[in-house]
Design a protein around this ligand. Sequence first.
Ligand code: ZN
Length: 499
Amino acid sequence: MEMKKSRIILILLLTFNIYSYAQQKPFMDYVLSWDGHSSKLEVELTYSAAQKDSTVFIFGDPNFGGQTDIFKVVKNIRSNAPEEVKIDEANRRITIYHKGAKKHRLTYEIDGSLPVDKPTTASQTELFRPVITKGILTLVNQLFALDIIDGSNPLVSFSWRSYPENFSYFNSVQPSQTDPSEKISDYYNELSELVYFVMGDNIEVKEYSVMGIAHYCVTTKEDKYGNDLQENLSPFFESYFPSIHRFWNDNDFPFYFLVITALQNNQKELGGGGFGIKNGFVMKLGRKFGTREKYVTAHETAHSWTGVKIMLGEDSFDHQWFGEGFNDYTTIINLAKSKIYNEEEFLHYLNEETLKPHYTSKIKAVHNDSIAANYWTDYTNYGVLPYRRGLIYAFYLDNQIRLASNGKFTLRNMLLDLYALRKAKKNDDILSVDDFINAGATYLDKKELAEQIEHHMIEGQPIDFNKVKLIAEFNIDINNNIPKVNLTEGADLSKIYQW
Ligand SMILES: [Zn+2]
């Protein structure tokens, strides 16, 4: 009896195995190796093949920082016999012919060397390239992982086989995982928003809790500009992030991170460059962390809401007055509230960086539609226009709402209503200018609001501050048609901006 029972169990198990093999979920497992001093990352990829005959991968993306020399970065692409690899460099296609193989494994190398004879001349050069050099590695998955074209959504994993034991490690998929040998994984479609890896002997990872959510601060410990970046950034984690979370009443994300590392290969002072990633922001810095860098860090991290979670129109270019300008306003009022900006810095940004250049700009009155058309070719004029135009309107609107409600409501209340409208919509439904007007109609006359947007934001006519009343805490001087905001005596920014 015993024998028979175990045989039945055995048969059941075998059947189950066959069944699960046929139902195998698509996967891509990357195993990475780096020795800590060379410029070579070794990649081993095992994957499931949806097609019997061949699998096609695409490497790199020229839109990501203009990578033109992709096949100088990826090298020695090899498969195991009997599989054969064919590379089409022009189209960045790597085709593997399976030839009956049941298991699929591809190996290749990523060359992250920084040319010593060609020092970095723009922070973007290092930002959008793999940096794999003595003591430091910074890498976006797009720079070493492969794209698939078959529409399957494999479970993608990353783990490290060999790496320097004493180096600090950070990954943006699951930052709490600090052991590089442990697998981190997520579905392919989720990873399309980029993954960031940092490893180094001069890297510090500090964890904060902001409203109960883990926040990570990843920086180089020392650089040649004398920065103490952990020190520079601690006010963001201690004040700015708590302030902006409370502003939006939002803690609906699993974690947040900032990675700010010094450029490795520059010889003169360069500014910073950065990009947002899901749940975080990455910056490369080539000088002292100063007022400009504070602003950039605050502005970019504020985009988690305005411009990303809450975007007007089909495309981020449609209504940049909102995506950039209103984001800039929430940035500076949160910088003031968190005391990273003092009164002087706040007024400087409002007056000298915004009102003055806007009201003296030759193109201040161009139509909203002309911005996207000229954005990249004439950034100096058109690129900055929506930031300024939108910030000025946001300031004006905040004052109007405060006056109309006797100080009971502010622009924040309207923005929270707009955010609620966004959350109530389906993901692929857009938030429109009409939604913006409807959100504002709770606080202001709807017809007037619609006219203001059409006149000032779309047609582009500057607001005439001669005819504008502000709250008692602000007054305005107008000299040579340039408005300048002042705080009235006894007015206190931390009382004006509180939530
Ligand atoms: Zn922006």
